[in-house]
Design a protein around this ligand. Structure first.
Ligand code: UD1
Ligand code: UDP
Length: 365
């Protein structure tokens, strides 16, 4: 058999989800099967992309479409055009898409129109909030996918309610956590404390959701709350480029207790999070990583597509109005967290996905 699996990656959260799948497929050494990455170029800064290839040991992409930034229409249009040409040229046996970014949606649409089967890693997450661009991307991608790899059990019921056959859905665990567990021996919280001159107890923050960082008034409330928490606990905020200008307009300034730094590479970021007493975030992946590391996490969002991080982890949803009290509670000696983590977040999601793919490929022969 001569067949290619093409992994479509483009944005920061895609990289740690794909690395374990690629590694596990390599380990199976299926005769005649090759795999390649196409990088869409949705994220392009060194600290949003290249550093992840180095930190996660990802192979060089076979192509970079260089789509860059733009409005949803312009970016998705460029993604569709670039991916269509690439898939016409390579005719992969299967495409794998990851998560819920615009690169994921575009690859799903192109594959469906071109009759190329594709699998969706991280299927079945729903925030039920269609003001989030990611929710639209999730619904469309799942509705078109041939293989759906779910990270948590509730996905199966949610996909069923949308009419997706359970035969296509595979509960495999969370490849994001595979990457984290594989990195654990390399994580060095003490080095990060030294780099940022932090005491033993410190916090980490990340902010990039449009609902939090695109509007000055919303951003101002959040900035005030983060400032107040930083007076209890010094915070490092590796800032996503999206929110820089608006957050600055909303009053975000560096202080001795609130260090605002460039985005961090994967190993540096996870080192910092591993040693943290508290994380404030609006990231999807960070909700999961803090749950796996048992680091208290406050998520500044009205909802989450990852409720399992609240029921089986350290995550709590907060508003700017409730963040400070929630931080005090999370930092107190009485804070309690569910004893059981999410099922199958055990570092073996990549191998489970690879085995499903092996069976699927064999059935096509
Ligand atoms: C995207 C995803 C979001 C994900 C996030 C992870 C979509 C719709 N959104 O949001 O789900 O949580 O990535 O980080 O796909 N920029 C740079 N350098 C870069 C990349 C982006 O400066 O390398 C800036 C540009 O000003 C750009 C803005 O960030 O306009 C937004 O980038 P974009 O990829 O459109 O969306 P994200 O907010 O990164
Ligand atoms: N991350 C990182 N450096 C940072 C911020 C995030 O390495 O400065 C990693 C971390 O593993 C996180 C992932 O990038 O889970 C995706 O992050 P992001 O918040 O951008 O995306 P989301 O998960 O919200 O889509």
């Amino acid at each position: 058999m001569d067949a290619e699996i093409l992994h479509v990656l483009g944005a920061r959260p895609n990289f740690p989800k794909a690395a374990p799948v690629i590694r596990a497929l390599d380990a199976l050494a299926i005769p005649g099967l090759t795999q390649q990455i196409v990088h869409t170029g949705q994220h392009y800064d060194t600290l949003m992309s290249d550093v992840f290839f180095a930190d996660l040991g990802l192979p060089e992409p076979v192509a970079n479409l260089g789509v860059g930034s733009g409005s949803h229409g312009k970016q998705t249009g460029a993604l569709l055009a670039g991916l269509e040409d690439l898939i016409a040229e390579r005719r992969p046996e299967l495409v794998l898409v990851y998560g819920d970014v615009n690169s994921t949606l575009a690859a799903a649409l192109v594959c469906s129109k071109m009759g190329v089967p594709f699998g969706h890693v991280e299927a079945g997450l729903r925030s039920f909030d269609r003001t989030m661009p990611e929710e639209i991307n999730r619904i469309v991608t799942d509705s078109l996918a041939d293989l759906l790899f779910a990270t948590s059990p509730e996905a199966i019921g949610l996909l069923g309610q949308e009419g997706i056959s359970p035969d296509k859905v595979h509960l495999v665990g969370n490849p994001m956590i595979d990457s984290l567990f594989a990195a654990l021996p390399k994580l060095d919280a003490a080095a990060m404390r030294a780099r940022f001159s932090l005491p033993e107890r410190y916090g980490v923050a990340t902010l990039h959701r449009p609902g939090n960082v695109d509007d000055v008034a919303a951003a101002r409330e959040l900035v005030e709350a983060v400032n107040e928490v930083s007076r209890m606990l010094p915070i490092v905020l590796p800032l996503h480029p999206r929110g820089r200008a608006t957050l600055a307009e909303a009053g975000l300034v560096a202080t001795p207790d609130l260090q605002i730094v460039d985005p961090l590479g994967y190993l540096d970021f996870m080192s910092l999070v591993r040693g943290a007493a508290l994380v404030l975030t609006d990231s999807g992946g960070v909700q999961e990583e803090t749950t796996a590391l048992k680091v208290p996490c406050l998520t500044a969002r009205p909802n989450t597509e990852r409720p399992i991080t609240c029921t089986h982890g350290t995550n709590k949803l907060v508003t700017p109005a409730t963040m400070v009290a929630a931080a005090k509670e999370a930092l107190s000696a009485e804070a309690e967290w569910p004893p059981e983590g999410p099922p199958l977040w055990d570092g073996q999601a990549g191998p489970r996905i690879a085995h499903v793919l092996k069976r699927w490929l064999a059935a096509r022969r």
